[in-house]
Design a protein around this ligand. Structure first.
Ligand SMILES: *Cc1c(COP(=O)(O)O)cnc(C)c1O
Length: 360
């Protein structure tokens, strides 16, 4: 068996310990004589799995009691519709567009009501986060929406926008559990888990209770109502059971590593190795304004498309895979999520140094 260093933006690297544990339990989960995949979601064994997963997530993120934790399906993209359907009481929402995912969410919201683009960084290919300290928040906005970490462009909100009292809704797919957060600053925090937590197929929604109501847009399908899932503790229908089980294992892994404060420290150390190299390199350049850099997704270029392609090819051969940038941006992108070990980044930088010496 040989594992590569997987720099994929998502689905992405998971902790090896978690994968091994899951493998050990594959045929017989804790004496039940069956795999978690084969188990009723109403069984005692599964009830423990989902309850423990929620409890561990609450502990990790210090989630207050007046927030619900929902394990849903449909990926982050389904939330682009579910959020306006459930939250647009006045049919008005303000969107800060800092990348493709925020743009998609903004466009989707436009189907259901008046979506206002109150700030954007599209003028400079989303390479920075706009100043959001005093934006023209709409008087009747039901919420203000951000994508907190822009997976494709490698920017991150290091300061949350001033929403002037409106609930903040944040897509945290690619920075979920990468550092501590103050949940009370948000109305909704949500993310697809396949970037930093688990296998594709689960989206976690952390939502303040007062935002969960019967008063949703007419025609909202039952399955897209937060209230249905909240009232049924994420077991209204069959949940993505195996995926939630793996998420639960990752929560335990994070706790064993010291929780989110320790993860932040580790992630900062890891990212600094790569960013420091990019800042001194004569061949490779980071593409993002320094103060807005993401700890999770690091895009970079050589400035020459052929050389970029050569780098990606040789890196792959050396065991550093999925470094090709997003198809809309080109160049390279190293995603260095929680489960990427520091050695992976150190060795990548060593490889880049070597490539630079040979190709300068
Ligand atoms: C990947 C990603 C999405 C899309 O996730 P799906 O689960 O494929 O719908 C949305 N937002 C962000 C920030 C992402 O990184």
């Amino acid at each position: 068996m040989s594992r590569v260093y997987n720099f994929s933006a998502g689905p992405a690297v998971l902790p090896e310990e978690v994968l091994k544990e899951a493998a050990d339990e594959m045929l017989d989960y804790k004496g039940t004589g069956m795999s978690v995949m084969e188990m009723s979601h109403r069984s005692k064994a599964y009830d423990n799995i989902i309850k423990e997963a929620e409890a561990d997530l609450r502990e990790l993120m210090n989630i207050p009691d007046n927030y619900k934790v929902l394990f849903l399906q449909g990926g982050a993209s389904q939330q682009f519709a579910m959020i306006p359907m459930n939250l647009m009481k006045n049919r008005v929402a303000d969107y800060i567009v800092t990348g493709q995912w925020a743009k998609k969410a903004y466009q989707e919201a436009g189907i259901y009501g008046k979506a206002n683009k109150i700030a954007s960084s599209e003028d400079e290919t989303f390479s920075y986060i706009p100043d959001c300290s005093d934006l023209p928040i709409s008087e009747d906005a039901d919420y203000v929406y951000i994508c907190e970490n822009n997976t494709i462009y490698g920017t991150k909100f290091h300061t949350l926008p001033n929403t002037k009292g409106k609930p903040l809704v944040a897509d945290v797919s690619s920075c979920f559990l990468s550092e501590p957060v103050d949940v009370t600053k948000y109305g909704v925090i949500y993310g697809g888990v396949q970037k930093n937590i688990g296998p594709a197929g689960v989206v976690i929604v952390i939502i303040r209770e007062d935002l969960i109501t019967e008063d949703v847009l007419e025609g909202t399908p039952t399955m897209l109502k937060y209230k249905i899932h909240a009232d049924n503790a994420s077991l209204y229908n069959t949940p993505p059971a195996y995926g939630i089980y793996i998420c639960g294992k990752v929560f335990k892994w994070l706790k064993s590593r010291g929780g989110l404060a320790a993860m932040k420290e580790y992630n900062e150390k890891k990212a600094a190795i790569l960013y420091n190299f990019l800042d001194e390199s004569k061949l490779f350049k980071g593409t993002v304004r320094k103060e807005d850099r993401s700890l999770m997704n690091v895009p970079f270029v050589t400035g020459d498309a052929d050389l970029d392609a050569k780098f990606v090819k040789e890196a792959t051969e050396a065991g550093f895979v999925n470094l090709k940038g997003h198809r809309t941006v080109g160049g390279m992108r190293a995603s260095i999520y929680n489960a990427m070990p520091i050695e992976g980044v150190e060795k990548l930088v060593e490889f880049m140094r070597d490539f630079e010496a040979k190709n300068a």
